[in-house]
Design a protein around this ligand. Structure first.
Ligand SMILES: Cc1cc2nc3c(=O)[nH]c(=O)nc-3n(C[C@H](O)[C@H](O)[C@H](O)COP(=O)(O)OP(=O)(O)OC[C@H]3O[C@@H](n4cnc5c(N)ncnc54)[C@H](O)[C@@H]3O)c2cc1C
Ligand SMILES: NC(=O)c1ccc[n+]([C@@H]2O[C@H](COP(=O)([O-])OP(=O)(O)OC[C@H]3O[C@@H](n4cnc5c(N)ncnc54)[C@H](OP(=O)(O)O)[C@@H]3O)[C@@H](O)[C@H]2O)c1
Length: 247
């Protein structure tokens, strides 16, 4: 018997020529918000699988995934071409450590994402846990272009639900964009622009930071946070930084 579960695409929303969100009907998959599952398709007789973070909250019966087309990649362009009624496969075992059960309590939870690294944070923010455990939550999304700042409706709904306890900040790196910070997250940690925009202190005594997306951003941001006395959180050696690299 195959270990793969079969999923049926309900819809495939294209935000830009490269960004898409798949909504999928599949057998129930228990997971913690922030985790991922492998999605797979059969390509020239071989099953090609890649990890994708859940965008939906765990109790939502419809699964959602947010992806970017890597033009030369074997899987992402094919996932992007799936239409309603199409079939994909899911591994039966969600996993991953970018979850609040691995993050200590603090005053402020900072969620810093590049590109599709936004996905697991949306899942986390759609649960009760961050709002029960942290006084305020700052979501930061960095993209190359303003049109790539997706899920605005979902984020506005979070703002309405949580008011001043929730702050949403954006970075746009490759054009000027009103309302967004320019450049990259690590530089803005270093020069204080991120704290200023969030009106919150980014310090070891007050903050837990979760990072997701581009591995170079994770490295550079961890270095900028280390300069402020913050370090990776480990069960045996508590710190303030929890990361997930997408490649
Ligand atoms: C834990 C985990 C969770 C992930 N969750 C997601 C997710 O929710 N959404 C998503 O789109 N991808 C996610 N990825 C990446 C995903 O698994 C694939 O790598 C991606 O979809 C490209 O697949 P591919 O087969 O087309 O190309 P691949 O051969 O897998 O990748 C080729 C190259 O594309 C670049 N790349 C890969 N993924 C991305 C990305 N997300 N953004 C920008 N550049 C990228 C890298 O340079 C990589 O070396 C995740 C990866 C990991 C490890
Ligand atoms: N038409 C298409 O098919 C199409 C279109 C767009 C993208 N793509 C593909 O998508 C992939 C790129 O996706 P993406 O733009 O979501 O991801 P990305 O390259 O990781 O860029 C997302 C954001 O992360 C920033 N970043 C990069 N390195 C960083 C670092 N060291 N520290 C801090 N921030 C950093 C980028 O800034 P910078 O801008 O300064 O690097 C950008 O603002 C590529 O594989 C590309 O081929 C395809």
């Amino acid at each position: 018997m195959s270990k793969w579960l079969e999923g049926r695409v309900i819809d495939n929303r294209h935000w830009t020529e490269a960004l898409f969100s798949l909504r999928v009907e599949a057998p129930r998959l228990p997971f913690e918000a922030g985790q991922f599952v492998k999605l797979a398709l059969d390509v020239e007789g071989e099953r090609v699988a890649r990890p994708f973070s859940f965008v939906n909250a765990p109790e939502d019966p419809v699964l959602e995934f947010y992806g970017v087309i890597v033009p030369e990649g074997p899987l992402s362009p094919r996932l992007a071409r799936l239409a309603a009624g199409g079939t994909l496969y899911l591994s039966p075992n969600p996993s991953g450590f970018l979850v609040l059960s691995e993050v200590p309590d603090a005053e402020t939870l900072w969620l810093l994402a590049t590109g599709t690294g936004l996905a697991p944070f949306l899942s986390i923010l759609r649960t009760e846990t961050p709002w029960r455990r942290f006084r305020s939550v700052v979501l930061v999304h960095a993209a190359r272009f303003a049109r790539e700042l997706v899920y605005r409706d979902a984020i506005e709904a979070l703002s309405r639900a949580h008011g001043a306890r929730f702050r949403y900040l954006t970075f746009v790196s490759r054009e000027q964009a009103a309302g967004s910070l320019a450049g990259r997250i690590p530089a803005a940690i270093g020069d204080g622009r991120l704290e200023q925009a969030a009106a919150a202190r980014l310090a070891p005594e007050t903050s837990q930071v979760m990072l997701c997306g581009n591995p170079d951003m994770l490295k550079d941001a961890a270095a900028a946070l280390a300069a402020r006395g913050m370090k990776k959180h480990r069960r045996r050696s508590p710190g303030q930084i929890t990361v997930e690299s997408f490649w």
